[in-house]
Design a binder for this molecule. Structure first.
Ligand code: MG
Length: 265
């Protein structure tokens, strides 16, 4: 016996057709009969006006560097002091003497855009050639946190899990998309912060997707913990964190940043 759940559909089908239909066919007929059953009308996505030029900030982004000042940043080693990297000509250049800087605001999940440039006259090799980094969450002083590596690997070999586009010593980039020294490059990042249980254990690890100059280099990678220079990564619990830029101690010429914006998710 056929249980007739939708009389409106049935009106359009002959009795003989109904008698020979399988359950799946009946469900298909139902969905064919009323497309409105699968339409969703709310909540409506908020309206965001995209930038005229791809890579520039859309209407709802928080501008972390506007080309003029470092008002959104502070020194990591002394958060009461203003960030004193060099701002000139609309760009920031790393001040290796003063150390890492971080955002005054803290973030959890977000979309981030940041541009960086290795100087044309860069020298050095391996990790000592234009080394910096974007810590996607700064969990403490120094290099504590999760580092997306910045380095000149246009023509410079190093360990592959430490080259540009790597999650430092955890994830090899899917491609080497470096531009030449002297040219501006971009990172577009989608960061999903880790979640911790009340006892400090990991409820869900951090995940990251990264595009380097429009080329995907990290595809929803699940982090094993904070990125470490020495030893195996592990997690320690934390909440919302600043984003940190690295003043690396190598002797090569300092790199520059510009056009930094973020959209919390
Ligand atoms: Mg680095």
């Amino acid at each position: 016996m056929i249980h007739i759940a939708c009389p409106r559909i049935v009106r359009n089908l002959s009795l003989s057709t109904l008698l020979f239909m399988t359950g799946n066919q009946f469900i298909q007929a139902q969905s064919k009969g009323d497309p409105k059953l699968t339409e969703v009308w709310s909540p409506e996505p908020k309206v965001v006006t995209p930038a005229e030029k791809c890579g520039d900030a859309p209407s709802d982004a928080i501008i972390l560097f506007n080309g003029k000042n470092l008002d959104e940043w502070e020194l990591v080693k002394d958060t009461t002091a203003p960030a004193d990297w060099i701002v000139k000509g609309g760009i920031i250049t790393v001040n290796k003497a003063s150390g890492n800087i971080q955002t005054k605001q803290k973030f959890t999940n977000y979309q981030l855009h940041i541009e960086w440039r290795i100087p044309k006259n860069i020298t050095g090799e391996g990790q000592a050639r234009g080394n910096s980094g974007v810590f996607l969450a700064s969990t403490g002083p120094g290099d504590d946190g999760y580092e997306l590596q910045v380095l000149d690997n246009y023509n410079n070999k190093t360990y592959v899990n430490g080259q540009a586009g790597s999650i430092y010593k955890q994830a090899i980039p899917l491609a080497n998309a470096c531009r030449k020294p002297g040219e501006w490059q971009s990172y577009d990042v989608i960061w999903t912060a880790p979640v911790f249980n009340s006892d400090g254990t990991v409820a869900s690890p951090a995940r990251v997707t990264v595009f380097h100059n429009g080329v995907i280099v990290q595809n929803n990678f699940e982090l094993k913990g904070q990125t470490l220079y020495i030893g195996q990564p592990s997690y320690k619990p934390h909440g919302p964190c600043p984003i940190k830029l690295q003043a690396h101690g190598d002797k090569s010429e300092p790199i520059s940043y510009r056009n930094i914006w973020i959209r919390p998710l």
